[in-house]
Design a protein around this ligand. Structure first.
Ligand SMILES: [Zn+2]
Length: 441
């Protein structure tokens, strides 16, 4: 039943205490569709309110109401004082009220198909808002192109995958604007330490080049692992925090590395080893591998558009090439994911392992965005009945691996990279290689 008054009347008559778990799940899903529909109606009403306030008295005197544009290109102007009337009614600040009006106007005048999907209960409201905010700077002509490309992705992709897909479409649609955004984002680089603390602990925030953050994250992991090897029994999350103290003192870091690995380094090597590339101290401080995906034409500079830095999402071709220019590069040709020879090995290794990661860059459970690079590779059909073959392997995250192994969930892979999950209550979800989830039964 489509979301609307009839569905609401039906759900309102339900006695919740009479529902079993399966029926309660159905009730929640129907209410969710109804809430999305209601949100679409609320935003449509807000756009109507804006349209009713689209004219101001001329001439505009100093301090008097003026015409403002909370929405993007192609949206009508709005009497600035009308924002305050809505703010008072909804108990919002002027800025929040203006933001809401901008979303409503964009959905009505720039993204009507996204608005229709919200009204039909097909997408949650945060996805509609995310698209509005991501496309605000585009022209009306550009936003129509982007809307057509992302519409098929909106319902099925999980949060981070969807954000990445939208970013890639934006880079492909307007590389120059993407470059300008990247330049503006560079000015947001900072490291901020909370001026106060709680119980002797302080927090901090940093924003830095994605490749540097990935390297730093890897170093924290490495030191945390070494601390564990040397007898620290605290959870890894806490050991990663302790690793900050180690990395803050290069001599302490090298001493720890030597102790953990038994490596011998002289003073000259010690200095080199503190650099991110490792230098001659690479045996002590292993290099970090960055995975950058781009086409041959992009690599040769013949084509612009979106590339991908694993762990960071889509980046422009120029960003990718700049990154590669500062690194030792090993080019891995495209692997034909449907023609990878099976192996007699019980575990997936080498080219097989890489193919499985490329087949599914994230966990294969519905909506799970976790990167698959470090996940275990699970045989969909366990050996010896199943083989170590590309169409019998998948990289679920540890949590969803446990769910498959110990929970009342079943997984099948009828075709290479197509996963069917059956829930404890018999619902069937299909997840494909793009991470798109569709409930099929
Ligand atoms: Zn997962």
């Amino acid at each position: 039943m489509p979301p609307g008054g009839q569905l609401f009347a039906l759900l309102a008559s339900v006695e919740l205490a009479d529902l079993d778990a399966e029926q309660a799940l159905t009730y929640v899903a129907a209410m969710e569709r109804l809430a999305r529909h209601a949100e679409a109606l609320r935003l449509a009403g807000l756009a109507q309110f804006a349209d009713c306030n689209g004219v101001v008295a001329e001439p505009v005197l100093p301090g008097a109401a003026k015409l403002v544009h909370p929405g993007g290109d192609g949206t009508p102007g709005l009497d600035s004082f009308a924002i305050d009337e809505y703010a008072a009614e909804a108990n919002l600040s002027h800025g929040s009220a203006e933001h809401q009006l901008g979303i409503a106007l964009d959905l009505r005048h720039r993204l009507p198909r996204v608005a229709a999907a919200l009204a039909a209960g097909q997408i949650p409201s945060w996805r509609a808002r995310m698209v509005v905010e991501a496309t605000r700077s585009l022209s009306l002509a550009q936003v129509r192109l982007v809307e057509a490309k992302i519409l098929p992705l909106l319902a099925g992709l999980g949060g981070k995958r969807l954000e990445d897909a939208v970013s890639a479409v934006l880079i492909d649609t307007d590389p120059e604007a993407a470059a300008a955004r990247a330049k503006a984002a560079a000015r947001l680089r900072q490291v901020t330490i909370d001026p106060s603390g709680v119980d002797g602990y302080k927090s901090g925030y940093f924003c830095a080049d994605a490749a540097d953050v990935i390297r730093f994250d890897s170093s924290l992991d490495l030191v945390a692992d070494y601390l564990g090897q040397l007898g620290d029994t605290d959870p890894k999350a806490e050991r990663r925090a302790k690793a900050l103290a180690v990395l803050a003192d290069p001599h302490a870091a090298l001493a720890l590395m030597r102790q953990a690995t038994g490596a011998h380094t002289d003073a000259r090597t010690d200095t080199a080893a503190t650099g991110p590339a490792g230098g001659s101290g690479a045996q002590v401080f292993p290099q970090v591998t960055l995975y950058v995906h781009l086409t041959r034409d992009q690599y040769l500079g013949a084509r612009d558009g979106a590339a991908t830095l694993e762990g960071a999402g889509p980046i422009s071709t120029s960003q990718a090439l700049r990154l590669l220019g500062h690194s030792r590069v090993r080019v891995q040709p495209v692997i034909d994911l449907d023609n990878v020879p099976s192996s007699d090995d019980r575990f997936s290794r080498g080219r097989m392992r890489e193919a499985v990661v490329l087949k599914n860059p994230t966990c294969i459970f519905p909506g799970c965005p976790r990167n698959s690079r470090r996940n275990q590779h699970d045989h969909t059909v366990a050996v010896p009945d199943g083989k170590t073959a590309i169409d019998n392997l998948a990289p679920p995250c540890p949590h969803h691996h446990n769910l498959k192994t110990h929970g009342d969930w079943a997984l099948a892979q009828p075709f290479n990279g197509i996963y069917l999950w059956r829930s404890p209550h018999g619902r069937i979800y299909l997840v494909d290689r793009t991470g798109t989830t569709t409930r099929v039964a």
